[in-house]
Design a protein around this ligand. Structure first.
Ligand SMILES: [Ca+2]
Ligand SMILES: [Ca+2]
Ligand SMILES: [Ca+2]
Ligand SMILES: [Ca+2]
Length: 621
């Protein structure tokens, strides 16, 4: 029952109200742990609530469930339904395996929400985690909107913002010095060292204009979009709206190429009419034309060539949102997954010679098993079950689930959403970002989802618009447990969360998160999970391969268990996570063996590597 409660509803501590109930019912007494209550209007659209509401109407009052270590009490008052509930587990034993402390950061995402409800207004909010000044501490870049009427950053409230990590828990806004305020309506960000000079560069994806910023290595950046040849409107579709991008070396020549994800054809002066109750609302994507994605080949001289057409990318139009990159079939060539909004997903299989074949349907990742098109949002492409084959997860809106496609190891995928418990947990949720990483260092990757609905707050009576974030703990057996209040996320109000990125900001070995929320402050979530599990981070330095080592596959063996990390900065929605490769080691202090398969083909092995540190690994020549 508690998992249903876990889903996207706001909890408020209401000790007075609860203590009255406790007295009356004589239950939960003397426990001394926080209790929570939440109320719903009867007739709420959630199926679980509908069931309970009908039970409520049948006069079922004060019923108590004891299930999964949870005490849940249901009560009815004059047409509303209340839960009083408590984690018996919290009262009796171990804390939640993963938990976070909220920390503020002085950035507020402004998509310029207007009553006209222009489509880009609800899609803003990418964020990147990366070390821009090579001091070993992870910094944060937020992308931001603009005046929607002219797509210009007419006020500092629309600036993109770079925050330098001071290493003492504080961040300093260094946007102006860095020259990263931006000029247009920006959506997403992708981090990659495209010129292999050892400093991370930034691609910003936006409405009608993308930007490439070269890191000068002295804390400043130069806009090199024009020089790079990335400023041309499409000859058929005109100016495009890019949501995000992925840096990927498609031909393994040591130079990072750029895959740009385009959403839909938008023209602010011809917005479709999507009124609900007489008020404009954000339109269903079916009202807009699809766009092709783009692939730009890095020529190594600071310029890029658009090879979208001959690479076989352009022919497959979509409404691209999240992008994940991994070599799913183990042929040494990176493949690209794109989550499309209310369309089939795309899986671009790399055939070599910078040519791709779209294989989503045959590979089993085009649609969820229920067969309905879903609002594909963020995506990630990592090995969830430690079998060495990268799996796909994407987020979608409520009643659509967050599908998980498990790699069969035979060139295809099988959907495990229902089997793993994710269908049941995610069905009432709406998600944007999704980040796969081991947040409790137990050697098994978990799934973070930044939650919130696409529609405006006017729609709150029909669907939960503002939602808390959720992390899904990997139970090591193919099952997930959703942690929302246990993980500490109700420390902030539910919101329309958008981009998310991860990295260890305070260097305690636990992966932290940064999450944006529409028309609201951004959130830092500092990982304070219990237990002293060990960890190891690898900062790859490519020599023959691209300097970031993007595309490398790392296998780490400890205590007889293998785990894998597929090096990519493309993770989530419109966002980029470019920290070192992170491994949890559980109670073990040594990684017995580490094998790195670099994109160049070089295979490098390390043995008996001590834990709890960041290890710099240069590609052997
Ligand atoms: Ca660079
Ligand atoms: Ca491949
Ligand atoms: Ca874990
Ligand atoms: Ca940390």
């Amino acid at each position: 029952m508690v998992r249903q409660v876990d889903r996207g509803v706001q909890f408020k501590k209401s000790i007075v109200k609860i203590s009255v109930r406790v007295e009356r019912l004589g239950m939960l007494r003397g426990n001394g742990h926080p209790l929570y209550t939440t109320s719903y209007a009867c007739g709420d659209s959630h199926p679980a609530l509908r069931r309970m509401t009908s039970a409520c109407r049948r006069g079922l009052r004060g019923r108590i469930w004891r299930r999964s270590g949870i005490l849940l009490l249901l009560g009815c008052d004059a047409g509303s339904l209340s839960f009083v509930w408590q984690h018996a587990r919290a009262a009796q034993g171990p804390r939640s395996p993963i938990s976070f402390q909220f920390q503020p950061i002085s950035f507020s995402l402004d998509g310029c929400e207007t009553p006209a409800r222009h489509a880009p207004e609800t899609m803003a909010g990418g964020v990147a985690v990366f070390d821009y000044n090579n001091d070993g501490k992870l910094d944060i870049l937020f992308t931001n909107g603009a005046d929607i009427s002219n797509l210009k950053k007419t006020s500092p409230k629309y600036w993109n913002r770079l925050f330098r990590n001071n290493g003492d828990g504080t961040f300093t806004d260094v946007t102006e010095k860095a020259g990263l305020a931006g000029t247009g309506y920006d959506t997403g960000v992708a981090i990659g060292d495209f010129d292999n000079d050892g400093y991370e560069d930034i691609f910003v994806a936006g409405v009608y204009r993308n930007a490439l910023y070269h890191n000068n290595g002295d804390g400043t950046f130069t806009d090199v979009t024009e020089k790079a040849g990335l400023n041309h409107p499409d000859k058929q579709y005109g100016p495009l709206w890019s949501v995000g991008a992925a840096w990927v070396d498609v031909n393994n020549d040591g130079l990072l190429d750029l895959f740009v994800v385009n959403y839909l054809k938008w023209d602010g002066s011809h917005e479709p009419d999507c009124k609900i109750n007489g008020k404009p609302e954000y339109c269903h994507p079916k009202f807009y034309q699809e766009l092709p994605n783009q692939l730009f080949l890095n020529k190594g001289d600071g310029t890029f060539t658009d090879i979208s057409e001959r690479a076989g990318i352009r022919a497959h139009v979509g409404k691209g949102m999240g992008v994940g990159v991994a070599d799913y079939d183990g042929d040494g060539l990176p493949d690209i997954f794109v989550a499309n909004d209310k369309l089939f997903n795309s899986l671009f299989h790399n055939k070599g010679n910078s040519r791709f074949e779209e294989v989503a349907l045959g590979a089993g990742v085009a649609l969820p098993e229920h067969g309905n098109l879903i609002s594909g949002m963020g995506a990630d492409f990592q090995d969830l079950n430690n079998d060495g084959f990268p799996d796909v997860i994407l987020t979608a809106l409520h009643n659509e689930t967050f599908p998980i496609y498990q790699n069969t190891g035979k060139g295809g995928f099988t959907e495990v959403t229902a089997k793993s418990g994710m269908t049941r947990m995610s069905n009432p949720m709406s998600g944007y970002g999704v980040n796969v990483a081991d947040f409790d260092n137990d050697g098994w990757k978990d799934i973070f989802v930044s939650r919130g609905d696409v529609q405006s707050p006017n729609m709150a009576a029909r669907a939960p618009i503002d939602q808390p974030n959720t992390i899904f703990h990997n139970e090591h057996n193919g099952h997930w447990v959703g942690l929302t209040e246990d993980a500490g996320f109700p420390a902030q109000p539910p919101r329309r969360h958008r981009g998310s990125a991860f990295g260890d900001f305070n260097q305690d070995g636990k992966l932290d998160l940064v999450v944006t929320a529409l028309s609201a402050p951004a959130e830092l979530w500092i990982n304070d999970s219990p237990g002293g599990n060990h960890w190891l981070e690898l900062k790859l330095v490519g020599t023959k391969s691209n300097r970031d080592g993007i595309g490398a596959r790392i296998r780490l063996v400890s205590d007889g268990q293998s785990q894998f990390w597929n090096v990519s900065t493309a993770s989530g929605y419109a966002s980029s996570s470019a920290g070192p490769a992170h491994f949890g080691l559980g109670t073990v202090k040594i990684a017995d063996e580490i094998e790195i398969r670099w994109p160049s083909g070089t295979v490098q092995k390390l043995e008996n590597v001590g834990a709890d540190r960041i290890l710099r690994v240069q590609e052997s020549r």
